[in-house]
Design a protein around this ligand. Structure first.
Ligand code: MEV
Length: 312
């Protein structure tokens, strides 16, 4: 069985969401793939194909491990353990899980949540137990909490329910209808500009010290109000850029992110950083008429470029 799972971007409202304002997130078709197969050994074998790493565990070990001791395997192991616990399954036959991912890591795209949700689906599917999205999202959130100590529902919910979500106070609402239809027709580029220089927690702490942050968050909330009503790419792109300008006032952008956003404005409909900032990724709304020039300009920079669309 093969499970393909999306990643996510924040379209609007990063940082504001920490203070009880809304954020709008979107599942994107930059995916991770989890393959699960039965084996003859009494073992659980994990292969991280992109990192060229493997791990073997005896079947009866899985229940008693601390996933946090297993480095790059921790999300996958924690997802296996919690899914088996939740389904009350004592594994009797061995299985092998192969993981590969197109999602750049540690840059706000939810790569670990993608692997977590994919593993939960693969393991439950392997035992012919169909879990509801609510159960999958809850298990995923628990895995992130166990591994990180603290978690937000943003990544695990967006990746489970797909499409567009409004996140507020760690709860979500799925946004359907015209807004979703509009975004289905949008083509985006995710530009991985540079390695993040600071961790999310550090950036969140720095934003906390900004005196007029509440004013800025209110402005971001107005941008979201407008964006939710919009049906044309020009205006939507301008609002993305407006959100970026407001994020700049929170001091979380970098010269390189600003340069990429500028290219996105000149050769696309608009652009913004996405996620916590301090480096990482920019999302650009593509203007298909100027796409060639956009790519030409971006290729002059030392960046990685990913085409993406909403996944639902
Ligand atoms: C990080 O991707 C987004 C932040 O808003 C933090 C969070 O929502 O947990 C900066």
């Amino acid at each position: 069985m093969i499970i393909e799972t999306p990643s996510k971007v924040i379209l609007f409202g990063e940082h504001a969401v920490v203070y009880g304002y809304r954020a709008i997130s979107m599942a994107i078709d930059l995916t991770s793939t989890i393959e699960i197969k039965e084996t003859q050994e009494d073992e659980i074998i994990l292969n991280l194909n992109d990192l060229n790493k493997s791990l073997g565990l005896n079947l009866n070990e899985i229940k008693n491990i601390n996933p946090n001791n297993f480095g790059d395997f921790k999300y996958c192991l924690c997802a296996i353990k919690n899914t088996l616990d939740y389904l009350n399954i004592e594994p009797k036959t061995g299985f092998k899980i192969n993981i590969s991912s197109k999602i750049p890591i540690s840059c706000g795209l939810g790569s670990s949540a993608s692997i977590t949700i994919g593993t939960i689906k693969a393991v439950s599917g392997f035992y012919n137990k169909e879990l509801k999205d609510d159960e999958i999202a809850k298990l995923g959130y628990m895995v992130e909490k166990e591994i990180q100590g603290k978690a937000s529902i943003t990544d695990t919910s967006t990746i489970t329910y797909k499409g567009i979500l409004e996140i507020k106070n760690n709860k979500f609402r799925k946004i359907k209808g015209e807004f979703e239809e509009f975004l289905k027709n949008c083509k985006f580029l995710i530009v991985y500009a540079e390695k993040r220089k600071k961790k999310t927690a550090e950036l969140v702490n720095e934003v906390a010290k900004i005196e007029n942050k509440d004013e800025i968050f209110k402005e971001i909330d107005k941008v979201i109000d407008e964006a939710l009503k919009i049906k044309n790419k020009e205006d939507f792109g301008k609002l993305m850029t407006k959100n970026h300008e407001l994020l700049k006032k929170l001091n979380i952008s970098t010269p390189k992110l600003d340069r990429i956003v500028d290219i996105g404005n000149r050769f696309g409909f608009g652009a913004k950083l996405t996620g916590a900032g301090g480096g990482g990724c920019v999302i650009i709304l593509v203007n298909e008429e100027k796409e060639k020039e956009l790519l030409k300009e971006l290729n002059k920079e030392d960046v990685r470029i990913f085409n993406c669309r909403m996944m639902n």
